[in-house]
Write a protein that binds this ligand. Structure first.
Ligand code: MIG
Length: 716
């Protein structure tokens, strides 16, 4: 074991000869250390780390996973999985995010930087033990110290590098479905949004836009004159976002296939030939994203679509998902033949069933192909969790080469820590279940802890059918998530906001309008989190240290000033909330009509009608609000409503930039500093502005501890 010091509070311990994942960007200096802090290490058949938790310690993190914000009591397996049934017993979803924070008497974080399977047993087998198990002895373990969870997370975010920032229009509402399969269908969706006066920024193209599911092709019958069509839709106010799949169809004369084979850019099988497995297009090859040359080659293919005016992509099926291989298929067919004349009983019937079910995403298949990592031939199974990450990195690097100063929208299904520097993620195939709204709520801060800021779920649910209530309540939560997209599967009912009864349409429209009014705040908080390497969604216990806050799983802090308490139960028109301090409640329905109520610290039951979105402004905090528009580009950025809850003093930094270029990385952005101080019956207000803000008028609504509203207008 070798040890390296990365900063005052971060030490990396290298066991054996680890494969570099490039998750961490900070460099360290070698130091002398005999053993790992906190953990007992066992080295039999791999590596095992053991830590005894205090009975009341909480464990946070693990990004995209089931169960709570507090991960205690569960067992999790880091192994990127295409599993469309997110039931509570599932140990893995699409991402592998191996970072945890333990907050007990000793507070620390641990990042297990290992690209294969890792098991995190967080007091599941032995209630007070955190046990981390790896199948090999080569891994980098990072121990991060700090007094408080938030400080530990910030230290971690600091070593993994700055998060991706999408263009500003990607903070608008986005509409998807599998699939809007023709130009006419897409056009109709846009028209419906316009007709129903529902704001929207983007419409998605799922797999059917392609010619026979071949990446970087467009079906000319379904989308004649694609480039003109993209432009036409843009003029109407909508961007089109095509999907890109990991598998490349085997088809003679298909350029991507031919080139990939010729240049040896595909993963190889046992014999060194391109590995074959089937996905949408039937039999495919899989680009070797761990080979830097292949990565660059594939990334530049996005140019076929950017040349047609496309400005955003979603990368799918990159765990990678495998439907079947010839091996699995042959075994299943063989089993059928054998079963033909048999009297299938309880054992043989299920065994036959299993042969089919286990054809997809089979471990044997994952163990049967190889990567070329700078000349080293490496079995896929060992580096499985790097595949989606590097597919998306390929896209991110490619898009940068295509246009280095432009921000593209990009998000992925599979991921590993490190990918956050290139893109966001969406949380995959959820269901139209109330439980999945709650899961969505809990997952958001856990993902932020692991660096992923541009995140969101399929609002309304992907599979299953969403009734009007679920669509409403989910939309009312998602309007706070950076990625705000409604997506649904082929067989589900129509889920576009205008597809419901008129009352529901009106409520959904108001919720989406509220999102656009809040884009000023959301974008500002998001970009500050990027630049300061901070979180956007936080669990309550990251800001409040009382014992109750530690246990709150169904309320979140959004940015610096807000707490949200979403409704996630059917037929519910209210809920219990916990306030760690006095806060100002605004039940936003029509955002132009604002009524506030001061709610004191403690437990309360609040009524929340279907059209209402409960928003709490924290004590001595400020939010900014604009006016909605039909899309982000047409938002009025010159006027701000400033809503503040001030008992003594508060300040807020409003961030804005051009929203489309990389100039923010060079410090080209505007900050408007707002300072409010209570002085007897009046307020001192100070607005300071650096840079070149578009804001020229601010309408203040300052509420004091007694609920008294004080209004003032300031021109700058
Ligand atoms: O296995 O492209 O998660 O969002 O609509 C299904 C079709 C493949 C899975 C994605 C989903 C997408 C669907 N894809």
């Amino acid at each position: 074991m070798k040890a390296y010091k990365l900063s005052e509070n971060v030490i990396k311990y290298s066991f054996g000869n680890p494969i570099s994942t490039e998750a961490v960007v900070a460099l360290g200096q070698e130091i002398l250390k005999d053993n790992l802090d906190y953990f007992k290490v066992e080295m039999v058949n791999g590596l095992k780390f053991n830590y005894k938790m205090l009975p009341d310690a909480i464990v946070l993190g693990l990004g995209q996973n089931q169960r709570g914000i507090n991960k205690r009591g569960g067992i999790y397996e880091a192994f990127c999985s295409d599993d469309p049934l997110h039931t509570p017993d599932k140990k893995s979803l699409y991402g592998a995010h191996n970072f945890l924070v333990i907050e007990g008497k000793e507070n620390f974080g641990v990042f297990v930087d290992y690209p294969g399977k890792v098991i995190f047993d967080v007091g599941f087998t032995h209630k007070d033990y955190l046990e981390i198990t790896l199948e090999e002895q080569d891994a980098d373990i990072y121990i991060i110290k700090g007094d408080k969870p938030l400080q530990i997370v910030r230290e971690f975010l600091n070593i993994i590098g700055e998060s991706y920032a999408p263009p500003k229009w990607a903070f608008g509402y986005q509409q998807s479905r599998w699939s809007y399969a023709t130009a006419q269908a897409v056009c109709k969706i846009g028209d419906k949004f316009i007709e129903n006066k529902i704001p929207c920024d983007a419409i998605y193209l799922d797999i059917d836009y392609m010619e026979r599911f071949k990446d970087f092709t467009v079906d000319n019958d379904a989308f004649p004159n694609f480039k003109e069509f993209v432009e036409e839709m843009k003029v109407k106010g909508f961007r089109l976002i095509p999907i890109i799949d990991a598998g490349v169809k085997i088809e003679k004369h298909y350029e991507v296939y031919e080139e990939g084979v010729q240049k040896e850019y595909f993963c190889s099988d046992e014999e060194g030939k391109p590995f074959v497995a089937a996905v949408w297009p039937g039999r495919c090859h899989f680009p070797d994203f761990l080979n830097p040359k292949a990565r660059q080659w594939f990334g530049l293919k996005y140019k076929t679509l950017t040349d047609a005016g496309i400005e955003g992509f979603w990368n799918d099926m990159n765990e990678p998902a495998i439907f079947y291989t010839d091996r699995g298929l042959a075994a299943a067919i063989d089993a059928v033949k054998k079963a033909e004349n048999e009297n299938l009983d309880i054992y043989s019937y299920f065994a036959l069933n299993d042969k089919f079910n286990s054809m997809s995403n089979n471990l044997k298949d994952y163990k049967s192909f190889y990567h070329n990592m700078n000349g080293r031939r490496i079995n896929h199974y060992k580096v499985h969790n790097l595949y989606g990450y590097n597919m998306t990195r390929s896209a991110g690097e490619g898009l940068k080469e295509i246009n280095s100063n432009k921000r593209f929208l990009l998000f992925s299904r599979a991921s590993y820590i490190g990918m956050h520097r290139y893109s966001g993620i969406w949380t995959g195939d959820n269901h139209s279940w109330w439980e999945h709204i709650l899961l969505n709520i809990k997952m958001m801060p856990s993902l932020n802890m692991c660096g992923f800021l541009y995140i969101g779920a399929d609002t309304g649910g992907f599979s299953g059918a969403s009734n009007n209530q679920l669509a409403i309540r989910w939309t009312q939560f998602s309007l706070f998530t950076p990625l705000f997209r409604n997506h649904s599967s082929m067989s589900s009912r129509e889920q576009e906001p205008y597809s419901y009864d008129i009352e529901t349409v009106n409520i959904l429209r108001s919720a989406i309008e509220l999102r656009y009014a809040l884009v000023h705040y959301i974008y500002s908080e998001y970009m500050k989190a990027v630049i300061n390497k901070d979180m956007y969604f936080k669990p309550l216990c990251f800001e409040y240290e009382d014992e109750v806050s530690k246990r709150i799983e169904n309320q979140l802090l959004v940015g610096d000033s807000l707490m949200v308490t979403p409704i996630y139960e059917e037929n519910s028109v209210g809920r219990y909330v916990y306030l760690p301090e006095d806060m100002l409640l605004w039940k936003a329905a029509d955002y132009n009509n604002r009524v506030y109520e001061v709610i004191n610290k403690g437990h309360h039951y609040i009524n929340v009608d279907f059209q209402e979105v409960p928003i709490f402004i924290r004590k001595n905090k400020i939010i900014v609000l604009g006016k909605h528009s039909r899309n982000v580009e047409t938002l009025n950025m010159s006027q701000l409503n400033v809503i503040a809850f001030v008992e003594d003093k508060a300040n807020y930094v409003y961030y804005d930039d051009d929203g489309s270029s990389m100039d923010y990385k060079k410090g080209k952005y505007n900050m408007v500093s707002i300072y409010i101080e209570k002085q007897d019956e009046d307020y001192l207000i100070n607005v300071d502005n650096t840079g070149n803000t578009k804001v020229n008028i601010l309408y203040f609504e300052i509420v004091d501890g007694n609920g008294k509203i004080h209004k003032k207008t300031i021109n700058i």
